[in-house]
Design a protein around this ligand. Structure first.
Ligand SMILES: [Ca+2]
Ligand SMILES: [Ca+2]
Ligand SMILES: [Ca+2]
Length: 227
């Protein structure tokens, strides 16, 4: 289902000149295109035994609020007038209620849970398993809780969003969010990141409890956008 939604929007984007990139995490070389920042010895690695390859974000045992933050090592996307953007990732985590996580496109920030200025993203809070959908520009957040978007521990799920920027008004746009191919949120906002703000793909996992290592497995991240 996610693939048909991707193809639907991709067809629109590919009517213009476009940029497309997939990280499938088949080898260590792909994670060198990201910068991992960890508190208390959390790690970013590529799994050796997963079909199709995967990146593993692993936190440290016995440490609440332990963070593994992963940001692209360069920033290549701006939300200029009329830009269309697709983002698709498949991931799972071995715990979903206590942990916080973010995934999406961000101005580089190594502590998303604490605060950040700019991004379009999915997130889950400490204390619930909901998948929320957000847009944040110049620290103004437009956030919606998903109606049917709960994550399940240790089960892969697909998260996809499409951004449609207004062709005449800066920082105005609409983002359409899907979980497992089902629309869960739509955020229309005049506070998207400004065109001057360059962003990159990123993901962050933060434990919300002590006592166990937490692992997030990212099968892939794909971005496609009009040049
Ligand atoms: Ca993969
Ligand atoms: Ca959570
Ligand atoms: Ca907690």
């Amino acid at each position: 289902m996610s693939l048909s939604i991707w193809n639907h929007y991709a067809e629109q984007i590919k009517k213009s000149d476009y940029v497309e990139k997939t990280w499938d995490f088949l080898s260590d070389e792909e994670i060198t295109e990201f910068t991992a920042t960890a508190s208390d010895s959390g790690t970013l690695t590529v799994a050796d035994t997963v079909n199709g390859g995967a990146a593993l974000l692993t936190t440290k045992i016995n440490s609440d609020d332990n963070i593994v933050n992963v940001m692209g090592d360069s920033s290549y996307l701006t939300l200029g007038l009329g830009r269309k953007v697709l983002y698709w990732t498949r991931l799972k985590s071995d715990e979903v209620t206590q942990c916080d996580w973010h995934t999406g496109l961000f101005k580089v920030d190594t502590a998303l849970v604490a605060a950040f200025t700019d991004g379009v993203y999915f997130k889950s809070d400490d204390g619930d398993a909901y998948v929320d959908c957000g847009v944040r520009g110049a620290s103004v957040e437009s956030l919606m809780q998903a109606a049917g978007g709960s994550a399940t521990a240790s089960q892969f799920y697909d998260l996809l969003f499409y951004i449609d920027m207004d062709s005449t008004t800066a920082a105005k746009g609409t983002a359409y969010f899907y979980k497992d191919g089902v629309p869960i949120c739509q955020v229309a906002s005049g506070a998207f990141p400004l065109e001057a703000v360059a962003m990159t793909a990123g993901v962050e996992l933060q434990t919300g409890q002590s006592g166990a290592v937490q692992v997030m497995t990212v099968d892939f991240i794909k971005v496609l956008f009009t040049r």
